[in-house]
Ligand binder design. Structure first.
Ligand SMILES: Cc1ncc(C[n+]2csc(CCOP(=O)(O)OP(=O)(O)O)c2C)c(N)n1
Ligand SMILES: [Mg+2]
Length: 403
């Protein structure tokens, strides 16, 4: 550590009170006209379409798990399938502001995240790029299965079916799955669209994602990194290590200016209020509001925020603001001002029902503000990340030279 970082006894021994940053709770104000202008009508229709797609996909899996058949077609799937029914709005809203360069890591309950991330990437990538990715992926083995099956209206339509088939085949442990059937339900992913490996270890995606974010920062790569983790993962050591790792002061105080601040890391707690053995709110945790944990990490409260995950546009707005905050760390000038304004955070929930492979009670889809009211009306979510550096200390070493 540089000798210039002084711990001044008169300061650390001074009497006073520690104040923490205020944490916004459900501050999103719906404005349909503004949202239409912001995202465009087509994108808003796609939000609904993607939510329905995920619901249909997982409902099918649910039928297969519980009845051994789907619409009269018998099929036995002895493997895992942790459903996220009721949480579609949270992941589709999350993916709306994300680009294919943004990386997303998830948990044991990530079917919806994979489908939402890939669906969004398919809408923004050029057709030639989509075609190139599909043809090259696993030597074209996934594409070969579906290409002759129908006349596709467009490359996008083909790509959507490519992902739906490839993820389903992966869940069913088929060699034509997106990961050759080796990952299965809990480890499926499709990296070319930014859907990164998901993880059966509760909280496991947090440190992996933080490492990816550090890679992005050190190598000046564009995009942010999202770790989707459950509320019970807030009790796991690796989650905390990842959070504190992402919030280290040295990114701002010691690292070379052009590296550009903290890793662009967003911790997105999909809070369904349950872990496996109990209820986080009121039983197994003391935070009451999950976003409170941000207050313990740094002076910015980690820019944590609670967002209603039944509202895809509330989630999208929060993630977009968080994204701006994280990217602001790369730009010179005005960072602090922007960061304060953008104290909106990212996040989304998981609706309370989908748990551990048991079939959740079917929850209706949530659209806009016409949502099924949750017992508490909202979901806690902690967003991560930091603004750019506060001040420069006289240390010129580059991170990479310090070893
Ligand atoms: C490190 C670890 N401990 C325990 C488990 C067993 N386990 C599987 S899911 C789960 C609860 C996870 O709850 P949460 O993170 O809230 O996600 P949710 O299932 O609610 O989506 C547990 C304890 C595990 N997979 N990994
Ligand atoms: Mg949970």
């Amino acid at each position: 550590m540089p000798k210039s970082m002084v711990i001044a006894p008169e300061l650390v021994r001074r009497e006073g009170w520690l104040e923490t940053a205020p944490i916004p709770l459900n501050r999103y104000q719906p404005d349909p006209q503004a949202e239409r202008e912001r995202w465009g009508s087509a994108a808003l229709r796609d939000v609904y379409r993607d939510m329905v797609m995920i619901r249909a996909f997982e409902s099918m899996l649910g039928d297969i798990k519980t009845q051994g058949a789907y619409r009269g077609m018998a099929y036995e799937h002895p493997g895992a399938a942790h459903l996220s029914i009721g949480q579609e709005a949270a992941v589709v809203g999350l993916c709306l502001p994300l680009t294919p360069e943004d990386l997303m890591f998830g948990s044991h309950r990530s079917h919806g995240e994979i489908l939402a991330k890939c669906a969004r990437a398919i809408r923004v990538l050029p057709e030639a790029e989509l075609q190139r990715i599909m043809e090259g992926y696993l030597g074209g083995d996934v594409l070969r299965v579906i290409e002759p099956a129908a006349q596709w209206d467009s490359v996008q339509e083909l790509a959507r079916h490519f992902i739906l088939y490839g993820v389903l085949a992966e869940i069913f442990a088929r060699t034509t799955g997106v990961n050759r059937g080796l990952g299965g339900s809990m480890h499926a992913f499709f990296a070319p669209f930014g859907s990164m490996p998901n993880n059966a270890i509760v909280g496991g995606s947090a440190p992996i994602a933080a490492g990816a974010a550090l890679f992005k920062r050190c190598n000046r790569r564009p995009g942010i990194v999202v770790a989707n983790i459950g509320d019970a993962a807030a009790g796991c050591g690796p989650t905390w290590e990842a959070i504190t790792f992402s919030a280290m002061e040295q990114y701002r105080t010691l690292w070379d200016e052009d590296v550009g601040g903290a890793p662009p890391m967003l911790f997105n707690f999909l809070n369904n209020f349950y872990g496996m053995g109990g209820q986080t709110a009121g039983e197994t945790m003391g935070f009451e509001v999950l976003a409170r944990i941000g207050a313990g990490v740094n002076a910015d409260g980690l820019h944590a925020e609670r967002v209603d995950g039944y509202d895809p546009l509330a989630v999208a707005a929060a993630v977009a603001a968080k994204r701006e905050l994280l990217e602001a760390g790369r730009r010179a000038g005005g960072r602090r001002a922007r960061a304060r304004q953008a104290r909106a955070a990212g996040g989304g929930p998981r609706a309370g029902a989908a748990r551990h492979g048991h079939l959740p009670p079917g929850r209706p889809l949530a659209v806009g503000r016409r949502l099924i009211p949750h017992p508490r009306g909202s979901f806690p979510v902690a967003g991560g990340g930091l603004p750019g550096r506060v001040r420069r200390l006289p240390c010129r070493e580059r991170a990479g030279q310090r070893g």
